[in-house]
Design a protein. Structure first.
Lengths: 314, 285
């Protein structure tokens, strides 16, 4: 008994000593932990900042809806079956977006192939984003760059517009483009581009139509998308008319038609024509005003004796 | 039992027991603090790892978006195909969202299918010189024929006439293009009037109409000569006037080169800018 008591007392007497030691260890451990926490907090703060900077550096992303869930998935926050749901929801939305894009291209007649957005400033009430948009419209490649400022969903403004248009005939667009950039008239640029490409398509259709209808007379030395149509007599190789069908774009964005007829008739053949060939150009312009381009060209083909069975006009 | 000595030990024992028991119900403050901090460390570690993964995802998405490769067609045989697949879907999603936004910003007609595909709703954006202005909406039935059902286009825009001129059945886009031209021209003229009122307080607007197709202004030339200016915008698809008439009492002024220059400025430039140029020339006070 006495021995048991001695042991017991011994143990109980040791406890305070151990407590003392434990208290010392705890203090150390606490210090270590507190240091760790400080370090981690600094890391987290740094990461938050880096994320904000990424937005401004290359591309701005918007994580909402299925995208937000997908981001959580990438961070390892989604469990088990949740993963399948994330993937299928995302796929569904992507398919929906693909359909929308197809519809937009169809209805707009413009194909946008690339759009990169960068947030430049979103402090306070104003948000400024930089846009780089490129695409094509019936064979014309374009690239626009501009800053978009939005003041709290009130007014959206375009600034510092820069337009690059890859056109075979830069002259017809140059004064229009510089005016558009001066006035940041983004919408006007695209309206005009569409109109221009529509008029070009009209011309191509007309040229192709004439080539099919009068194959022995009509040729397109530059292809059906060019400005030139060549009318030649099937037998008299020296008698040639050139139709120049071009466009000029005014600073206001109006697409103006310019069609000219250029006869190239050698001296000897002139005797077959009662009217001097030079008058043909003026007659052409006045016909244009009344009949329009296609009917005028057709009457030139018929009337100037280019068709094999037609008599030269006397 | 031992006598007094054991009593002393026992009492000490019971004291210690009491102490021990009291410690049991209130755990040592040091111990709980350690647990608390350990938990905090774990939470911060998790947050840090999550943010790192988010940052990594951002960087990978940017690389995918900025690369020239058409990633949607690539077959991926990666081991980690699950997250790689999600990443590519995310990149495609953000690309498509940006492309749709681009379409809207460049003035494309925003189309939304309605009534289970039996109708469409189109939005026409308008703007003037970099400022986005009103958006107009048109709802159309597509079955059996294409027909405009609802819209918020102002009544002074000849919608029905324009619809008749273009064949809605075959060329909706021609119709939309013409309508958009008219709407943008109207909105442009209206904006010019607003800017003119803001920038040229000395110029008085005598008359204007809701379509902004006619404007009568009064401004002063040097030596207090009052000039009446009539601007006629007969072509409703344009923002610039088709006719300018300046009138004043002093007959001599009407023949001066300054007068002719002012007339041509008012024909070539939007009214607020024409007036600025005229002020610079000293024609207008």
């Amino acid at each position: 008994m006495k021995r048991g008591m001695k042991l017991l007392v011994g143990v109980l007497v040791r406890i305070p000593e151990e407590e003392e030691m434990m208290r010392e260890e705890n203090t150390e451990e606490l210090e270590v932990l507190e240091a760790q926490i400080k370090h981690l907090q600094a890391e987290v703060k740094g990461l938050h900042q880096q994320l904000q900077e990424e937005d401004c550096r290359n591309i701005t992303f918007n994580f909402e809806g299925p995208m937000k869930e997908a981001l959580a998935f990438m961070c390892g926050l989604t469990e088990g079956e949740g993963k399948e749901v994330v993937v299928s929801k995302l796929e569904e939305e992507v398919e929906q977006l693909e359909r929308k894009i197809k519809l937009q291209i169809q209805i707009n007649g413009i194909s946008v192939t690339r759009c990169i957005t960068k947030t430049l400033d979103h402090s306070g009430r104003k948000e400024v984003q930089l846009f780089c948009i490129s695409g094509h419209c019936s064979g014309l490649d374009f690239q626009v760059e501009f800053k978009l400022s939005e003041v709290q969903e009130h007014q959206r403004t375009v600034n510092e517009l820069n337009v690059v248009l890859d056109s075979k005939d830069p002259q017809s667009f140059s004064s229009f483009l510089s005016r558009v950039e001066e006035n940041n008239n983004l919408l006007l640029f695209f309206r005009t581009l569409r109109t221009f490409s529509d008029r070009c398509a009209d011309r191509t259709r007309a040229f192709q139509h004439f080539q099919e209808k009068f194959p022995s007379v009509v040729s397109l030395p530059g292809g059906c998308r060019s400005e030139v149509m060549r009318l030649s007599h099937p037998e008299l190789s020296g008698c040639v008319f050139f139709v120049y069908w071009s466009f000029e774009v005014s600073t206001e964005g109006a697409v103006i038609l310019k069609i000219r007829l250029l006869p190239k008739i050698p001296e000897q053949a002139l005797q077959f024509y009662s009217q001097p060939a030079g008058g043909a150009a003026e007659a052409f312009q006045s016909l244009l005003r009344t009949l329009g381009p296609e009917a005028t060209i057709e009457s030139v083909i018929r009337g100037v004796g280019l068709l094999p069975d037609a008599e030269p006009s006397s | 039992m031992e006598g007094a000595s054991s009593n002393g030990v026992l009492s000490k024992l019971s004291l210690l027991e009491v102490e021990a028991r009291s410690r049991g119900s209130h755990p040592q403050p040091q111990q709980s603090r350690v647990k608390e901090l350990k938990a905090k460390v774990e939470a911060l570690k998790t947050k840090r790892d999550q943010l790192k993964a988010e940052l990594q995802t951002h960087k990978l998405l940017q690389r995918l978006r900025l690369s020239e490769v058409n990633h949607s067609e690539e077959e991926d045989m990666d081991e980690d195909s699950e997250s790689s697949r999600v990443l590519r879907l995310m990149a495609r999603h953000s690309e498509l969202t940006d492309l749709l936004r681009a379409h809207r910003l460049i003035g494309g007609y925003e189309v939304v299918k309605t009534h289970q595909g039996k109708g469409v709703c189109m939005s026409i954006a308008t703007g003037y010189e970099g400022v986005y202005l009103d958006t107009y909406n048109l709802e159309m039935d597509t079955n059996p024929k294409v027909r405009i059902s609802r819209h918020n286009i102002p009544p002074f825009i000849p919608l029905d006439t324009l619809a008749e001129q273009s064949d809605l059945q075959t060329g909706i886009r021609t119709f939309l293009d013409t309508l958009s031209q008219h709407l943008n021209a109207y909105v442009g003229r209206r904006q010019q009037l607003k800017l003119m009122k803001e920038q040229h307080k000395s110029v008085e607007v005598m008359e204007s109409n809701i379509l902004c197709s006619m404007l009568v202004l009064m401004f002063t030339m040097p030596e207090q000569v009052a000039v009446l200016c009539l601007l006629d915008y007969k072509d409703l698809s344009r923002c610039l006037p088709t006719q300018v008439k300046l009138d004043c009492e002093d007959e001599k002024l009407t023949d001066s080169p300054q007068w002719k220059k002012s007339c041509s400025l008012l024909l070539e430039l939007p009214v607020h800018r024409a007036l600025t140029a005229m002020k610079k020339m000293g024609t207008v006070v």
